[in-house]
Design a protein around this ligand. Structure first.
Ligand code: NAD
Ligand code: DAU
Length: 350
């Protein structure tokens, strides 16, 4: 039995990862530490309510006493750090919170992990690993050509990406200075079930269903590289099990799309399958995001060649699956957007 400390496991990717792991393996126990910010939602984990392999703990990755107690109570083999403030627009309004959670929270987690796994006499515990879930945004922005490689210099622009880069450097420093067993993954834009509807794809679906404007930042020609969330979960699992210690792995599926292409795809699916009144008239050009990165494009060659990872879901299949999921889970969307789910979780976990 391998025991995992997964942080941020009630958020979008974290909850998909917890569900993925517990579906795939019977010999896995997951302690899920999440402070349940607006982005954390225990409804995502409802199917695990009676699963003894999942233990939910409400708490902050920056709380040294709590994290150290968890290490004493459970003998973790792996730490996977998803916990973060993750939305670029919010980071422009509230940079301090991003530095606190993403940088200082990560440093606390690294420190508690080192204290638990390392002794002067015996060195590092055997077979353990800390994995930092990072993002392609730390590399900055691309022109019309080229891709982010693992050795592309970090050049973050937003407070969000700067805080993630800061965290990456601290993880690297623990690896270099203390020989801590670490990996860092840097993934491109994820889409799929359970994503909070402030991010482009679920926001578009939600607004289409409510006949609200679809905000297009700038000219709509910024490019993102989209990956179905289950393929990211698979990559993290592979890096944990097979990744060479100290290495960074880029994760992405060469699925670049302009924002306009994404918007038109969502409109046309909903128009054809749900509601003929949803048209391109809903598209509304709004003020551009400050410091808006033009293009992301990730080169996943290393994880493919060294670990045998490949994305299983094409964009065409993944985006339709995703839209269908939100259509089938309108209550989830309503609860998340109205705040009613807060009452629900307080009731469920008080
Ligand atoms: P999310 O915002 O949906 O989830 C973040 C989770 O972290 C939430 O459940 C939240 O409650 C929790 N959290 C926040 N602060 C915390 C704290 N101090 N202590 C404990 N828990 C805390 O984010 P996401 O999109 O699922 O992203 C997860 C991770 O993956 C992040 O580190 C993000 O940088 C990274 N990432 C995201 C994407 C993407 O496209 N969404 C792509 C690449 C990497
Ligand atoms: O690349 C990985 C990153 O992808 C992750 O590290 C971040 O956590 C995640 O939020 C995501 O960042 P983006 O800023 O790329 O995602 P977002 O969904 O906010 O925006 C995608 C693109 O769509 C971006 O170019 C801005 C644009 N956009 C976004 C919103 C919310 C709009 O045009 N209109 C909108 O209303």
């Amino acid at each position: 039995m391998k025991t995992y400390l997964v942080t941020g496991g009630a958020g979008f990717i974290g909850s998909n990862f917890v569900l993925y792991m517990l579906d795939k393996y019977f010999d896995v126990k997951i302690v899920n530490l999440d402070s349940l910010t607006y982005a954390g939602n225990l409804e995502n984990l409802k199917s695990l309510e009676k699963n003894p392999h999942h233990i939910f703990v409400k708490g902050d990755i920056g709380d040294a006493e709590l994290v150290s107690d968890l290490f004493k109570k459970y003998s973790f083999d792996y730490v996977v750090n998803f916990a973060a403030e993750s939305h670029v627009d919010r980071s422009i309004k509230e940079p301090e919170l991003f530095a606190k959670t993403n940088v200082m929270g990560t440093v606390n987690l690294l420190n508690c992990t080192k204290n638990a796994w390392y002794t002067e006499e015996n060195g590092w515990a055997k077979g353990v690993k800390y994995l930092q879930v990072s993002t392609d945004e730390v590399y900055g922005s691309l022109g019309d050509t080229g891709f982010f490689m693992e050795d592309t210099p970090l050049d973050p622009h937003s407070p969000y990406s700067a805080s993630k880069a800061g965290a990456d450097f601290m993880v690297k420093a623990y690896g270099d200075t203390f020989q801590m067993p670490i990996n860092i993954t840097r993934c491109s834009n994820n889409y799929g079930p359970y994503q909070f509807p402030e991010k482009l794809v679920p926001l578009l679906i939600n607004n289409c269903l409510n006949h609200k404007d679809l905000p297009i930042y700038g000219d709509g020609l910024n490019v993102r590289d989209w990956l179905f969330v289950a393929d990211h979960c698979k990559a993290i699992d592979m890096v944990l099990r097979q990744g060479v210690l100290g290495e960074v792995y880029n994760v992405g599926g060469h699925n670049e799309r302009t924002n306009l292409q994404i918007i038109k795809k969502v409109i046309s699916y909903i128009n054809e399958n749900v509601d003929e009144e949803v048209t391109e008239k809903l598209m509304t050009y709004v003020e551009d995001r400050k410091g808006h990165d033009k293009r992301y494009g990730i080169a996943p060659d290393k994880i493919k060649a060294d670990l045998g990872w490949y994305p299983e879901t094409t964009f065409e299949v993944g985006i339709e699956k995703t839209i269908k999921w939100y259509l089938d889970n309108k209550e989830w969307m309503a609860n998340v957007t109205t705040g009613d789910y807060q009452k629900y979780i307080t009731k469920m976990y008080k």
